[in-house]
Design a protein around this ligand. Sequence first.
Ligand SMILES: [Ca+2]
Ligand SMILES: [Ca+2]
Length: 300
Amino acid sequence: MMTKIISVLVAILMFISPELPMLLDLPAIPKGQELKLNERFELVWEDEFVGDKLDTTKWDDNQSVNTLHWGPIRKGGYWHKDMIDVRDGNLVIATEYKETPLEGNTFGSPDKYGEGYYTAMIATAGKHEFKYGYFECRAILPKSTGMWSAFWMMNSGVYEVNNSGEDGTEIDVFESMSYKDVWWGAGDCVQSGIHYDGYAEGHTGVGLGKWFANNPYEEYNTYGVEWNENEYIFYINGIETARTSAGGVSKNPECLILSCEVAGENGVAYADRHGTGPISLEKGERAEFIVDYVRVYQYK
Ligand SMILES: [Ca+2]
Ligand SMILES: [Ca+2]
């Protein structure tokens, strides 16, 4: 109900000034071009998440993926493969607080698993990488502030600081960082953006705003990006939200990543460290990122 009221208010604001919601960092209603998926694209790769375990010919669930070198500590929590499940036609990435650390191979890393929030990621790095096309997932988002789920793309060229994103750009198709976490109650939104040129001094990123999805913490929505040699175009449920060519569009193949992260650092959850609000997932509770499918299309 609150979302509906806010949606109407945002619609009125957008009628007065289309740019106003973005200027105020308010979520906006997607209203750009229609995707026209079947007219323009053909399916070339998919995982529908059938069966009862992750297809490791498609995904690496190693939480310190060789080609990415991340984990097992990830921001304010830990990534551990036990938090990954495939059931009822879905990938489920769970997030829970563990007082007793899970056992795990840390892949030569000196980092150890400890008490804290456990969640996970999977990536197609080193297995399936793609250049240009349309990339979509259909998902229900995890219900907690202080953490976020994401569908994103990555190439290690992102680390090359050369004033360009052409060698690789982190493409954040969506991040769910706003669960019930804004004072006016319109948390039913996700954000999109890109990052390139390293993550330290040279780092350059472009936030593309926040966008309403349809009851995204309870219902499936589709989140996609169209990537061609000229630009990235982001979509929710087949309607454009935003587009950009900032930094120069990546010309390198990129892997797909599905992940959950907890705000914080060094494995310690840190209230509001990433603008997510304090974590609302209590000990003994479980939040689930439920993904029906990931599909990759290329231009006909
Ligand atoms: Ca670069
Ligand atoms: Ca499925």
